[in-house]
Write a protein that binds this ligand. Structure first.
Ligand code: CMX
Length: 434
């Protein structure tokens, strides 16, 4: 067994024992009450699942195993660059310990060793029209890789349930090793005439992804390290995490669960918002006929978007009630490295204009920017102007969180997820009787 797997097994066995004792003694303790508006309103705030890898607070935002993004930037190993290596975050999410430089190097090497993508996965991508949305290509590719699933194979052979975690760990490590290659292949196929770039096995996970995309600037490598770190996990209730968890709870293997989760990420109210933001910004610049719109011009454009019955992409959140720390981390990166960029300055001006307008509507619970409000402008700066690709990059990162969490679900023996639904007739009768 490899050292990460041994460490994970020790931690998970201990928590499993603790969890069983805790449930035996306190299993009937009430942690929540659900009101009708939550049943009709997308189950906001209902406490109904366990997720070890990260936790989201409405005011302070995301923490990974208790560490905020600025803290991660301090404590995680950085390798060649100035931003944390995402491999370190995966280690932290999986075993709850900050890894050493050597441990992160070991993980980078491990993923490199496992990174060979079978040819039929590229063939499956090639069977799609070249203009198929990159997220469609991405989910098809993940499904095509399912032929490699250690979990599916061992389950068919009669695996003991005490070994589910082990097979899931293997699938997780293989998938994370291969996703950057698959994602870069989709980019080069869709937007660079299929002129593919071979991996550079000397580079860390994020830098190699940047290299295979074909962006040469070292600043972009560092941006990728930050980007792939901050998008990795946002506790368990968001649509991509929850979908991965739900599908995984049927013992659908890691590939099928991740592909389902990535389909959820492809919705415009979730991960696809990153492409929607930049499209919206460029449409605004076009409509206004300027690259440097004033606050008044932006304000008029925001109002016209709202008047057309559309949301302002990149703003609002189901849980957060403050500017998203992931937005702040990207803004800080831009302030440090790219503060002269006109498009980025426009994003900052939009940030000054949108919240008071959304607030004035009286119904938007969170008028502040989320992670997607900033990411596109940074990518455009480095020449990545193919907006429909952006959600795939989000998806490469998100895989780390949802797969680390799946390892935990399997190790803790989490059951099939199956909440109760109600009919409106049931609700009316309940009200009448109450
Ligand atoms: N622009 C305009 N209206 C907005 C809005 C926005 N950015 N955010 C919320 N609203 C509206 C809602 O559409 C809703 O209107 P109706 O009552 O007319 O249906 C009302 O305000 C209340 O919504 P809410 O409780 O504040 O927000 P929800 O929890 O229902 O939805 C979210 C959250 C993210 C879907 C919503 O804020 C939104 O649509 N934002 C724009 C899309 C976006 O940026 N999504 C990315 C989120 C981050 C991620 O997952 O990647």
């Amino acid at each position: 067994m490899d050292p990460l797997k041994i460490k994970f097994h020790e931690k998970a066995s201990a928590l499993r024992t603790e969890m069983r004792a805790l449930l035996k003694e306190h299993g009937d303790k009430k942690i929540d009450e659900v009101v009708l508006s939550q049943a009709f309103g997308g189950a906001r705030g209902v406490k109904m699942m366990i997720w070890e890898t990260s936790s989201l607070d409405a005011q302070s935002g995301i923490t990974f195993r208790g560490y905020s993004i600025p803290e991660l930037q301090e404590i995680l190993p950085k390798g060649e660059g100035t931003e944390p290596l995402p491999e370190g975050l995966f280690w932290l999410m999986l075993v709850g310990e900050v890894p050493t430089e050597e441990e992160v190097k070991w993980l980078s090497d491990k993923w490199t060793n496992r990174s060979q993508v079978p040819q039929h996965v590229f063939d499956a991508i090639e069977a799609l029209p070249v203009n198929a949305h990159p997220m469609t290509q991405y989910t098809v590719a993940i499904n095509a890789m399912q032929t490699e699933s250690v979990f599916a194979r061992r389950y068919a052979e009669g695996m003991n349930k005490s070994e589910y975690w082990d097979a899931t760990y293997e699938d997780t490590m293989n998938l994370l090793a291969r996703l950057p290659r698959v994602a870069a292949y989709i980019y080069r196929r869709s937007f660079k005439n299929g002129d593919h770039i071979a991996p550079d096995h000397k580079l860390d996970w994020a830098a190699n992804f940047a290299h295979m995309l074909g962006v040469k600037d070292d600043g972009f490598k560092d941006l990728m390290r930050l980007y792939l770190t901050i998008h990795a996990d946002h506790e368990g209730g968001n649509a991509s995490a929850h979908t991965t968890h739900l599908v995984g709870s049927t013992l659908s293997d890691t590939y099928n669960s991740l592909s389902a989760g990535m389909n959820a990420l492809a919705g415009p109210l979730h991960g696809l918002a990153n492409q929607e933001v930049i499209k919206w910004v460029f449409k605004m610049l076009d409509a206004l006929g300027t690259k440097t719109p004033s606050k008044e011009q932006i304000s008029d454009y925001v109002n016209s978007t709202l008047a057309n019955g559309r949301v302002i992409p990149g703003y609002g959140h189901a849980v957060l009630r403050q500017p998203d720390p992931r937005f702040v981390a990207q803004r800080t990166f831009a302030e440090k490295h790219l503060s002269d960029d006109e498009l980025i300055q426009t994003i900052w001006r939009v940030f000054e204009v949108v919240p008071p307008i959304l607030q004035s509507l009286g119904k938007v619970k969170n008028p502040w920017p989320n992670v997607d409000a900033h990411s596109g402008a940074l990518l455009v700066h480095y020449g990545l102007t193919d907006f429909s690709y952006y959600t795939v990059m989000f998806g490469v990162s998100r895989a780390m969180g949802v797969l680390a969490a799946q390892c935990w679900s399997r190790a803790l023996g989490m059951p099939l997820e199956r909440p109760k639904s109600l009919t409106t007739d049931w609700v009316k009768k309940f009200i009448a009787e109450a």
